[in-house]
Design a protein around this ligand. Sequence first.
Ligand code: AMP
Length: 506
Amino acid sequence: MFVLEKIAEYAKDANRKAVIHGDKVMTYAQLEHYSNAFADYLLKNGSNKTPVVIYGHKEEQFLPCMYGALKAGRAYVPVDITFPADRLEMVLSDVAPEFFVKLRETDVAVKEGTQSLSIDKIDDIFASYKGGAVANENWVKPEDNCYILFTSGSTGRPKGVPINRANIENLYNQLISWCDIEAETDIITNQISFSFDVSVVSVYMGVSLGKTLYTIDKSMMETPAALYEGLGSSNLSFWVSTPSFAELCAMSEHFNEKMLPNLKRFLFCGETLTHKLVDTLHERFPNADVVNTYGPTEATVLVTASLITREMAEDPKPIPIGEPLPEVEFRIVDDKGNLLKSGETGELQIISDNVGHGYYGRPDLTEKVFFETESRGQKKRGYRTGDAAYEQNRLYYFCGRMDFQIKLNGYRIELEDIENNMVKVENVSRAVVIPVMKEEKVDYLAAFVLLTKAIDGPKLREITRIKSELAKLVPAYMVPRKIVLCDSLPTNTNGKVDRKVLAAQL
Ligand code: AMP
């Protein structure tokens, strides 16, 4: 597999840096050695090929464990610490892994047959390994899954999206032109948590091209002084993130070409890129390209890419999500599946070898959105995105979702996931979650809540209790910022809750 072969090749240069995290550096030689050590451990101690679940956040052991799993012919399932214990337990129950790597402490229960490996154990495995490269006949094969990412599911249970080696290699071959900056010393961001697919650009494309991953972790992001100091000393040349992270950085006027003099390209994915951000970046980084890309996890990270010109930024139309990559076909269809004409808005379907094979262990969900079709004379997989879009002059424009899925600060959230978890909180009988918009994007979430029993104490205390109970069931970013306790909910003529009326109250 290209990324594993490339790591071995770059490891021959003992000084080549793979990852920088604060004042720690991991060379490609160490990455190669540690991933071989972990692969060897899995091969010697494992009895099946179940995916390896890795729980943590940007620890230096995370990447070697991911590549080590691939070298041992297994997929990995990265679970970020934003997942509360309840969700982590659901993932463990769906995957039933033989190995569970705990890079952070958690008291989550594991089933019999699952071996938990603590961070100390992983360090031991790395330190004690005396062997060499793990033979590549053990590596994942083209049809084998490389990773499974769990995303928000409307039922209140996350759903796993497996992506195989062929999907990733197909993406790599098409994206290479957008990633290829010549110098060996190129430094690329490693900010997106590994459980979110935009990180794949750095983990697969960045590493395959021998770049250095510059880590920006959660604690850095929570302390503006540390973030700006880190960025200032990073010497980044290639930026990959959601627009939300760049917006956060742009809150300081010092986020400009002086802070990052070698920055040549911003590559965005995952949510709407706003005019405001494009204008800011064009002004503050006149020598850097801004590239917008679009894609769902189900179709391997991204399926478009477009350089955003000043002309596009000046056009009042939304910033385009771009042109499909060469192998990708887009279809815009109406609600009966009929193809629409250029300029007409409908659901966007992706037809490509980048489309995965469905949801992990969920044929019912798979059947609803994945399909097979013919494209350019070949059999291909298709995916119904649920995104409304239109095409004009070969560029595609995103017009929002057709269902209750949203993006908040780059996180993919099914509003029904929150609603279904809120009713598990004591004294909540019904919850309706509304996204509040600002400047082309969701600004925050608000929930209208009906209680089972009237409360005696102050409303604020009840709201705080609901929020903290909910935070045990869903990641913190899914807890609505505003909760409104109400006696009844407005309904429309179909008898359904009228979300528009509720939104107008905010
Ligand atoms: P995820 O699976 O987390 O990557 O989320 C996929 C969804 O994010 C898509 O179906 C879109 O709704 C949204 N999305 C991804 N990229 C973009 C983009 N460049 N502009 C607008 N929305 C996007």
